[in-house]
Design a protein. Structure first.
Length: 173
């Protein structure tokens, strides 16, 4: 409300908004906010999916680089890889949101890194895929020729999908 004083009369007039004007302005603000929030939520989900895909690609490249170097894991002390030959590094799905990298040696596997996507990217799941073995010294992968292996990530709320694929030669796309 505003106070107005008339120049010629010594009376104070009270002026303000009507109930209809207030309702129209509040309704307009609610509409603008709801559209903006929906767009932001979709944008946030897309960016989260892209981030998860980049994280998976990065960890695939890590497994590939460790296999190319042929370096055996030293931790935990006395693991099976310290006394046997290294075949490569294995990238596998543990659950719908977790995957891990393991050193694959003649006597078994030793976990090198585990990553839970849900902690960093809520609402994103990994669909089932067959693990990928990156062979030592750049000898490629265990993937058959012409059939790239796909790692599919899905946003649970919208069903939007992002695919990271690995070819027989070890190319990650």
């Amino acid at each position: 409300m505003w106070l107005k004083t008339c120049k010629y009369k010594k009376r104070v007039l009270l002026t303000g908004f009507t109930l209809v004007e207030l309702l129209v302005s509040v309704f307009t603000m609610v509409l603008i906010f709801s559209f903006g929030y929906a767009d932001f939520r979709d944008f946030s989900r897309r960016k989260s999916l892209e981030g998860a895909a980049k994280t998976v690609e990065s960890d695939l490249r890590l497994a590939q680089q460790m296999a190319i170097s042929g370096k055996k894991p030293r931790e935990p002390a006395g693991n099976v890889c310290t006394t046997t030959n290294l075949n490569g590094y294995y990238f596998s799905r543990v659950s719908s949101s977790t995957y891990r990298i393991e050193a694959d040696c003649v006597g078994g596997r030793v976990s090198v890194k585990s990553n839970n996507l849900t902690t960093k990217f809520p609402g994103i799941t990994l669909q089932s895929f067959t693990g990928i073995l990156f062979n030592v010294l750049g000898a490629g992968t265990d993937i058959p020729a012409g059939v790239p292996r796909e790692i599919r990530m899905v946003v649970s709320a919208t069903g939007e999908t992002r695919i990271v694929s690995v070819t027989q030669s070890g190319e990650i796309r």
